[in-house]
Design a protein around this ligand. Sequence first.
Ligand SMILES: [Zn+2]
Length: 117
Amino acid sequence: MHETMVAQSIFEIILEQAKQYNTTAVSATISCGQFNPINDEVLNFAFEIIAKDTPCEGMTLEIIHIPLRAICKGCKNEFDFDVYKPMCPMCESCEFDFAQDAELLLENIELKDPDTK
Ligand SMILES: [Zn+2]
């Protein structure tokens, strides 16, 4: 399953960070695009299992879904692609190209301040 692989790879990165500072992780923010969407619930569930009994246990994951950008072939307007209204909001043309989709990215990791434990 896609989410399990994602959970595993972000877990490894976060764990590395936590170990480096000899602390535990509090939260992390991940962003992803639309062609490879992540189910928040499935990801959180998979992460919970992987993170059990590690410095990442109990941390929260925030997943930001970045909209896919499209560029109108008619008026060159760039807009957020909406699957329910797939047309250019400027000229209502249905002819457009997709811009590059956002990649899965680990945006931010928040570690517990070692001094406050
Ligand atoms: Zn247009």
